[in-house]
Structure formats: C-alpha cells, structure tokens
Design a protein around this ligand. Structure first.
Ligand code: CA
Length: 223
C-alpha cells in the first residue's frame, strides 16, 4: 500500500506518516499543492490523505484537478474546517471521506482501510495462494496454518505478489509498493527480498512459488 500525505504542517505530517507506517503503508509527503500534483501525476497511489489549507492553494482545487483528469485514487480530506458546508463541498469535489482535525489515529486508519477495501482499489482483505494466507488489515501471515513473522519489506512484497498472483508484477511496480519516494533502495534490494521471502516460504512448506522473469519482474504462482 502506498499513500500520499498532503499536509503542510510538518508535525502533523510526521505523525500521520508514523501512524500509517505502523499499519504497514508506505507513505510520501507533499507539503504544497504543486508538490502533491506532481506526485499524483507520477505515482499510482492506493490512497491520499488531503489537508485543505495549503500554502499555494486549496486542497479542493487539487481534488478538482485530480478528478478532472480521470484519476480515481481514493482521497480522504483531513481538515480543521468542521462546518457542514466545508464537508459537503469536499465530498462534492470528489473526496471519498472527510475527517475533522483533531483526529483520532484509530479512526483515521479505520477510514483509510475502508477506502482501500472498496472494489476498484486494492481488492480483498484476505489474500491467499498455495498455503499462504495474508490478512491485509491485521498484517498477519500464515503458511499452512502456522503464523509467520515477516520483515516489513518482505511483507509488502508478498502482499503485492498475492494481489496479482498468476501475473508478472514488474520491478518498478514492486519497488513502488515497497519504498517511499525518498527511500533509495540498493540496486539489489528487490532480488534480496525475493530470495529471503522464497526461503521462508519454502521453509514453512508453502506450495506457491515465486518465479523470476529476467529483466521484467516476478510472479507468484500456485502449483
Ligand atoms: Ca494546512
């Protein structure tokens, strides 16, 4: 899961990032409307959290721009504007949800999960293939019924492969799912994660395997 946080207040942005990271989401932060537009144009985010009062314009303008170009990325407005008119305007401009600051972290995460569950976004809470079961909300993995603890990047890798099982997932798509924009993964990071994940899957007796397509990407396949 990769989420764009559009927020100009550094401390709020930092807290949001920490909360989302703890829930297993990779995040990028945009502090201005123009930064957010550039990020949204360049990256297929799974969702966005959008502040309305931005230094170079209004979050509603950003929403109008986003929906105007046919982008359906789920967007949750997180704003101190608490009037009924503001909430209606936000939803009318194409926001999927609206939460008023100060917010409760648990509620924000629950609402984001609800957006991510919608058809057309990331499909399905329980992902399964060849003895592997991943609960995309609790982040728990079981192989043949036995819980398996996975490091963060391997968990993100497994989720991305499970969501597209039986199809080749390209390297850029996987890297996008695993790393935020300012992370600079080593050039061999992906093969190393794949190697480690394969080893753990085999060790736990999973019958699904990760197949390498040289120069292209990887596929998770059931036997
Ligand atoms: Ca603001």
């Amino acid at each position: 899961m990769r989420v764009l946080i559009v927020e100009d207040e550094v401390e709020i942005a930092r807290n949001l990032r920490a909360a989302l990271a703890a829930a297993g989401m990779a995040t990028d932060i945009a502090a201005t409307r123009s930064e957010a537009e550039a990020a949204l144009a360049a990256t297929p985010y799974d969702a966005g959290v959008l502040d309305l009062g931005l230094p170079d314009g209004d979050g509603l303008t950003l929403l109008r721009w986003l929906r105007g170009r046919g982008c359906g990325t789920p967007m949750l407005i997180l704003s101190a504007r608490d009037s009924l008119e503001a909430r209606v305007a936000g939803l009318d401009e194409g926001a999927d949800d609206y939460l008023v600051k100060p917010y409760a972290e648990a509620e924000l995460l629950a609402r984001l999960r609800a957006l991510l569950r919608r058809p057309g976004a990331a499909l399905g809470r329980i992902l399964a293939c060849g003895g592997i079961v991943l609960d995309s909300i609790s982040r728990a993995v079981e192989i043949n019924g036995v819980p398996l603890a996975l490091p963060r990047h391997e968990l993100a890798l497994l989720e991305a492969l499970l969501r597209r099982q039986g199809r080749v997932v390209t390297r850029p798509v996987l890297l996008e799912q695993l790393y935020a924009a300012e992370d600079e993964p080593a050039s061999n990071a992906l093969p190393v994660h794949v190697h480690n994940l394969r080893r753990r899957m085999a060790g736990a007796g999973a019958t699904a395997t990760i197949i390498t397509f040289r120069g292209l990407g990887y596929m998770l396949r059931a036997p």
